[in-house]
Design a protein around this ligand. Structure first.
Ligand SMILES: Cc1cc2nc3c(=O)[nH]c(=O)nc-3n(C[C@H](O)[C@H](O)[C@H](O)COP(=O)(O)O)c2cc1C
Length: 194
């Protein structure tokens, strides 16, 4: 069981999103919590088909493409971070398909996303980072989630796989964000009488 699930929406192995997820995970670990990065590489998540079966409070999605296994991990966690490469000024389609279906399952039943702590991360070559962050924030805010901040928006720059490692400010921003996610979770779970 992991404390914080980090979704890596990139299809590339050892890509820039992966690097940012690892930086974030390392900070969470330093705070004493257990992170788990889930890569979307090789996965194909369909968009919601509006079948309505999740509204029957079954706690899962009718589409059998592996997302339900991720949903089970999210239900056990206290934090959820969603990281995506920028594709044409927006988040990658696969990650939006996934978060929309995760939202539907949460909405339809246990509201397991409510009060989970996290936030979005975006990486791209040149532009569309903030629109990607804003797009992903729609997922957080409608699901009653708690978004952690940093010293800048969680954006970083890089084109070829690995290039983001040179964006020191991007790395610092994401590290601080990861640490804040962990601190908020710990504060929320501290016994009030301590
Ligand atoms: C289909 C596609 C669309 C892209 N669109 C943008 C874009 O709009 N803005 C941008 O800055 N970078 C864009 N990029 C570049 C990627 O965001 C960039 O290479 C990023 O580092 C990829 O992350 P990854 O290594 O984790 O896959 C695009 C790349 C692809 C493949």
């Amino acid at each position: 069981m992991s404390d914080v699930i980090i979704l890596n929406g990139s299809p590339r192995a050892n890509g820039n999103t992966e690097i940012l997820c690892r930086e974030c995970a390392a900070e969470i670990e330093k705070s004493g919590l257990k992170p788990e990065i889930i890569s979307f590489r090789g996965k194909e998540f369909r968009s919601c088909i509006a079948c309505g079966s999740c509204k029957k409070k079954i706690g899962s999605c009718s589409i059998d493409d592996g997302l339900n296994e991720i949903i089970e991990k999210i239900k056990d966690a206290k934090g959820l971070i969603v990281a995506s490469p920028v594709y044409f000024g927006t988040a990658r389609g696969e990650i939006m398909s996934a978060v929309q279906r995760i939202s539907m399952v949460s909405y339809g039943g246990e509201r397991f996303l409510s009060k989970m702590v996290g936030g979005p991360i975006a990486v791209g070559r040149r532009g569309g980072h903030t629109s990607t962050i804003q797009e992903l924030l729609m997922f957080y805010f409608i699901n009653d989630m708690i978004v952690a901040g940093s010293d800048y928006w969680n954006i970083a720059f890089g084109k070829q796989a690995g290039e983001v490692a040179e964006d020191e400010e991007g790395l610092l921003t994401v590290r601080k964000f990861g640490g804040n996610v962990a601190e908020i979770i710990k504060a929320m779970n501290r016994d009030i009488t301590e």
